[in-house]
Design a protein around this ligand. Sequence first.
Ligand SMILES: CC(C)(COP(=O)(O)OP(=O)(O)OC[C@H]1O[C@@H](n2cnc3c(N)ncnc32)[C@H](O)[C@@H]1OP(=O)(O)O)[C@@H](O)C(=O)NCCC(=O)NCCSC(=O)/C=C1/CC=CC=CO1
Length: 259
Amino acid sequence: MSDPVLLDVRDGVAHLTLNRPGAGNPVSLEAAGALRDHARSLHGRDDVRAVILGADGPNFSVGGDLRYMHEAEETEAAVLALVEAFHDGVEALLALDAPLVTAVRGAAAGGGMSLAMIGDIVVASQTARFTMAYTQIGFSPDGGATWTLPRIVGWRRAAELMLLNERIDAAGALEMGLVTRVVDDEQLEAKAGEIAGKLASGSTPAFGAVRRLLRASATNSLTDQLAAEAPSISRLAASPDGREGVSAFFEKRAPAFGR
Ligand SMILES: CC(C)(COP(=O)(O)OP(=O)(O)OC[C@H]1O[C@@H](n2cnc3c(N)ncnc32)[C@H](O)[C@@H]1OP(=O)(O)O)[C@@H](O)C(=O)NCCC(=O)NCCSC(=O)/C=C1/CC=CC=CO1
């Protein structure tokens, strides 16, 4: 059987593609493991300066593979194994300096929605529809959704998404701030590629610092955050990219980062 998640690196951008289109790209044990392994393989690669996580077919992902969970003999152990593989993949993506663009068409349900939400930039097509889905089958969320969603849309709306499981269409997702860009269905890959391409020509260490600082801000006090920002900016200012950025400013040219 083909790889449930494809990886292709070209022009500084790693393309991760969920590849079970006929089944709606469920997060199966195989898919979670493949996502984790591919994400880990990107670590230490200087040629990866942005990542796009998208999906083949009409749906981004219907979420955790309910058939696997339903048929498991030891349900708790089986679901834990699946969630741990899934979470290892999420952690591996979050640990990269390279920013993450998620590209969503069709359904992003349960773990599929959680996965879409870890993008730094989330692009949706007109067909996108999001639902937390978990509690309607008696589950609690995973994939970091109880962390990301309150920070993206606020506690009140996050609670509603997780308790009522309403389907949010692309316009609703844009209005709520779940996504920042909605494009025609046939434009989705091009728009995600355009954004990732722009990010890939930027300063990857600076983007990595932004990702870490933003996440740390969720639990840091302002004093702690100031203490984290100071060594970060000073280290980056003295780095090759920082020096190039400032030189380019004075020379009135575009900076050439990380080459
Ligand atoms: C909103 C839907 C995602 C899409 O609705 P619709 O387009 O109307 O399609 P359907 O007719 O409902 O479904 C098409 C077929 O796909 C099967 N299917 C749908 N979801 C799943 C799934 N999650 N696992 C397995 N199979 C699924 C569905 O049975 C249909 O098959 P048949 O044609 O053979 O009948 C809608 O489908 C929907 O609401 N789906 C359920 C969403 C859901 O509950 N997802 C799981 C939430 S829990 C979770 O995500 C948990 C984890 C745990 C572990 C690790 C990782 C992630 O998450």
